[in-house]
Design a protein around this ligand. Structure first.
Ligand SMILES: CC(C)(COP(=O)(O)OP(=O)(O)OC[C@H]1O[C@@H](n2cnc3c(N)ncnc32)[C@H](O)[C@@H]1OP(=O)(O)O)[C@@H](O)C(=O)NCCC(=O)NCCS
Length: 226
C-alpha cells in the first residue's frame, strides 16, 4: 500500500464535523487535486508545456521530484505557511511524499506544472509554485517555507512564470486567487503584474481556518483586446 492510500484509509475513519457524513478532511478532498493544486487542469488537451527550468536573479525553478518529500514536509507540516491554503496541513512525511509523487505525475500528464523554488546561492528548497494551463487561461499558486518569507522570492518566481504564460499565443488571461486577509499573497500577485478583479463568494475551502466555502480575492492579468 502506497503512502497516499495508507493516509486515505486512516483519514476516512475520522469522525465527521458540521454534521457532514464525511470526515472533516474528506470534506475538503477534491478528486485529482492536492497541495497546492486546486483545480484539475486541462492543459494536456492542448499539449502546451512550459519550460522545465527557469532561472531568475536568485532562484532556479525546476520540477518537483519524489525525492523532495522531506523539503515539502518542512513547510506543508507547519502552521504559518498552511494557514490560508486549501489543503489540510500535512501530519506526516507520507503525505508530503504523496504530494511529491503527484507533482511528478502532473508533469508527465501536463495537468499541472509544479516547480520547486531553489535558492541559487544556498541550494535551499524555498517552496513550490504551480502553474495550470487551461487555454485561453492559466492560473497558479505558491507556498514558501516561513524562513524564506519577506525577501521577494515569491514575487521573483511568480513574475517569471506569469511572464512566460501571458506570452503564449493561446493564453489570454493569467489568474490566481488568495484569501482576502492574505496581504502578502496579494502583494505577490500585484508585483507579478496581476490586478484585483473581484471577491468571489464561497470559492475555497480552507481547513486551517475552518472554512468549507470561504471567499477569495481574484487577481488577473488579461491581454488587451486587439
Ligand atoms: C505569500 C507568500 C508566498 C509570500 O512570499 P514572500 O517571498 O515573502 O513574498 P515577497 O517577499 O515576494 O513579498 C511580496 C510583497 O508582500 C509584502 N508583504 C509581505 N508580507 C506582508 C504582510 N504580512 N502584509 C502586507 N504585505 C506583506 C512584501 O513587503 C512584498 O512587497 P514589497 O516588495 O513591496 O515590500 C508567503 O508568505 C507564503 O508562502 N505564505 C504561505 C502560503 C500562501 O499564503 N500562499 C499563497 C496562497 S494564495
Amino acid at each position: 500500500m502506497g503512502p497516499a492510500v495508507a493516509a486515505r484509509g486512516r483519514l476516512a475513519t475520522r469522525a465527521g464535523v458540521f454534521g457532514n457524513p464525511l470526515s472533516f478532511r474528506e470534506s475538503f478532498r477534491r478528486p485529482g487535486a492536492s497541495t497546492p493544486c486546486r483545480h484539475p487542469s486541462r492543459s494536456h488537451d492542448w499539449q502546451m508545456r512550459p519550460p522545465e527550468e527557469f532561472h531568475t536573479g536568485r532562484l532556479r525553478l525546476r520540477p518537483v521530484k519524489r525525492t523532495d518529500a522531506a523539503e515539502i514536509f518542512r513547510y506543508a507540516g507547519e502552521a504559518g505557511p498552511t494557514l490560508f491554503m486549501p489543503f489540510e496541513r500535512h501530519r506526516d512525511i507520507a503525505e508530503s511524499a504523496a504530494f511529491a509523487e503527484r507533482c511528478e505525475d502532473c508533469w508527465k500528464s501536463g495537468s499541472a506544472f509544479p516547480w520547486a523554488l531553489i535558492e541559487t546561492s544556498s541550494k535551499a528548497f524555498a517552496g513550490v509554485l504551480e502553474l495550470r494551463l487551461s487555454p485561453p487561461k492559466a492560473d497558479f499558486g505558491y507556498i514558501l517555507g516561513e524562513s524564506f518569507w519577506g525577501h521577494g522570492l515569491a514575487s521573483e518566481a511568480a513574475s517569471v512564470v506569469v511572464a512566460w504564460a501571458i506570452a503564449q499565443p493561446a493564453i489570454f488571461r493569467v489568474w490566481a486567487t488568495c484569501h482576502p486577509d492574505n496581504a502578502a499573497s496579494a502583494a505577490v500577485l500585484r508585483k507579478a503584474g496581476l490586478r484585483y478583479e473581484a471577491t468571489l463568494a464561497n470559492w475555497e475551502s480552507r481547513p486551517q481556518l475552518g472554512e468549507i466555502a470561504g471567499p477569495s480575492d481574484c487577481y488577473a492579468l488579461a491581454k488587451p483586446k486587439r
